[in-house]
Design a protein around this ligand. Structure first.
Ligand code: 5AD
Ligand code: SF4
Length: 512
């Protein structure tokens, strides 16, 4: 993308004196807008532009010589993958990766905005990093990711965190070389939050974490506008990558020996809806990827509303398509689902589960749930509890509702006291633990295939990996098993993990 195109689409400011108590409001009048449902809903009409022309400008060659970078990542896999892209850009500029902020010349916090506590962690970290800036005035400190897309956050950093050198948004990652350059030259806070959100940039460099599992973006953004959710504002409108680009990337990963890919999107089931020139969805994509020689393929995250029969039919073919589906339900009450604008009912969700189970009898289902939605009644919460049992989820990520500025739910009057919300979360978590424990117990004595990823975090003499259903297994096996899928006999089930022994070792023990 050239400079002219950038100017057309972006809105950037560079307040000239971050040390003073300057009034920045004039910038916000023209530059920032808080998340606005009305505005965001108009965006669907814009055309998606695909760029293949990313390259590091000659001016920046060698910028990173003798310099180290450190990126701390918060939030979801999408953010983790963005970090891989930013690491790729840093390395292309000649920077070296380091493992601690103390060793770094540039520190980036790649932030998450999904709940208030995610944001608080970042502000805490920024406070902590102030000392490092004092010790090393040449250190550059940047805030990027989802929080940078929020007006209130940018405002707060400009006002109270003067030691920050750069703020840039999720649409600006490809501009990292320019942003760094500006930060070095001006030593002023560089703020670049690009409001143009309709682009897909294809040829960005990436440095993947590890060589066993890889993430592959299939789409960006979200147009679902669930009333509680900040993501449609921080990540922009839905836009799909072209299937040939995705398939090429997966083939390349397979050729490099990767054992698993996870296809990523905020709402992967909407994949292809914006590809006007072809009728092509997640089902078609998975059906093509099924034929690529990569042992494991997953996808996340699904939205029940767009989960169609064609996809179920393809997933039922099995092979390298894993028998685990993460299918966030959020609530078991049709009334709450309506207020959340999830656009399905309790019955609709249960019907989808019935169809999935009929087609894939061995399927494992996991979910996300929010408790304590504004005005959620005891009865409505009980419906969530009963749905959980009825589906038989094997795991859930559970959250107390957290109001996010600019979302419709944040304007709702809420009559549920925090103690009630906490008590509901506790009860739900007890149920989650109970069913998780039960689902694990069934594995005792069984042999399962485990993709061994490395040493266990707790004990380097034991290896750790995951089953096809994403169960963590601690395995007694030789180190040569790392990176391979091996049969493992499960010796003991715990609530969140399994212990086992490589079958080959057992065989050897039997012979001796
Ligand atoms: N409050 C609490 N939980 C939320 N989630 C998304 N937004 C909020 C919010 N405002 C949860 C949903 C989603 C998961 C990634 O985070 O359950 O599926
Ligand atoms: Fe957090 Fe959502 Fe952004 Fe992921 S997309 S980092 S979950 S706010």
């Amino acid at each position: 993308m050239n400079e002219e195109q950038r100017k057309d689409g972006q809105q950037a400011i560079n307040p000239s004196d971050k040390k003073s108590d300057k009034d920045y409001s004039k910038y916000f009048e023209t530059v920032y807008t808080p998340p606005s449902l009305k505005e965001a809903k108009k965006r669907g009409k814009e055309e998606v532009t695909y760029h293949h022309d990313f390259k590091i400008d000659e001016r920046f060659q060698g910028m990173g010589r003798e310099r180290n970078f450190y990126i701390r990542t918060y939030g979801c896999q999408m953010n983790e993958h963005d970090t891989e892209v930013m690491a790729g850009i840093f390395m292309a500029l000649g920077y070296k990766a380091v493992h601690t902020p103390e060793e770094a010349d540039v520190i980036l916090l790649n932030t998450c905005a999904i709940r208030e506590n995610a944001e608080n962690k970042v502000f805490g970290e920024l406070g902590f990093l102030k000392q490092l800036k004092r010790d090393n005035p040449n250190l550059l400190l940047g805030v990027c990711g989802c929080m940078s897309q929020e007006e209130s956050v940018v405002n707060k950093i400009l006002k109270s965190y003067h030691h920050v050198d750069m703020i840039f948004g999720t649409h600006n990652i490809h501009r990292l070389p320019e942003i760094l350059n500006e930060a070095y030259l001006s030593k002023e806070m560089v703020v670049e939050v690009w409001s143009k959100e309709g682009d897909v940039i294809e040829n960005l460099p990436k440095v993947r974490r590890g060589n066993i599992k890889a993430w592959v973006n299939i789409m960006y953004g979200c147009d679902k506008f669930c009333t509680y959710c900040i993501v449609p504002y921080t990540r922009g409108k839905e836009r799909s990558r072209r299937p040939d680009e995705i398939i090429r990337e997966v083939r390349h990963l397979a050729a490099q020996g990767y054992q698993e890919v996870t296809l990523l999107g905020q709402n992967v089931n909407a994949y292809g809806k914006d590809l006007d020139d072809m009728k092509y969805g997640l089902g078609e994509l998975m059906d093509e990827i099924r034929h690529i020689g990569i042992p494991r393929v997953r996808f996340m995250t699904s939205h029940p509303r767009d989960f169609d029969d064609q996809l179920i039919e393809v997933l039922a073919k099995g092979g390298n398509l894993m028998d685990h589906i993460h299918l966030p339900v959020q609530s078991g009450s049709t009334d709450v689902l309506k207020i959340m604008a999830r656009k399905y009912t309790r019955e609709g969700y249960l019907e989808l589960v019935r169809k999935i189970k009929a087609a894939i009898p061995n399927v494992t289902l996991t979910t996300d749930i929010i408790v304590g939605y504004p005005n959620e009644t005891d009865e409505q919460f009980e419906e969530t509890m009963s749905l959980y049992r009825e589906v038989g989820f094997e795991l859930a990520y559970t959250y107390i509702y957290s109001p996010r500025e600019g979302t419709p739910a944040a304007k709702m009057v809420d009559n549920v006291p925090m103690e009630v919300k906490k008590a509901r979360l506790q009860r739900l978590n007890a149920l989650v633990n109970e069913l998780a424990g039960e689902s694990m117990k069934k594995y005792e004595g069984q042999v399962v295939d485990v993709l061994i990823e490395g040493e266990s975090k707790k004990n380097p003499d034991v290896l750790a990996g995951y089953t096809s259903k994403s169960k963590l297994v601690n395995v007694k096996a030789p180190k040569s098993a790392i990176g391979k899928i091996i049969p493992v006999k499960i010796t003991e089930a715990k609530t969140w993990s399994l212990d086992g022994e490589a079958v080959e070792i057992q065989k050897m023990a039997g012979v001796n």
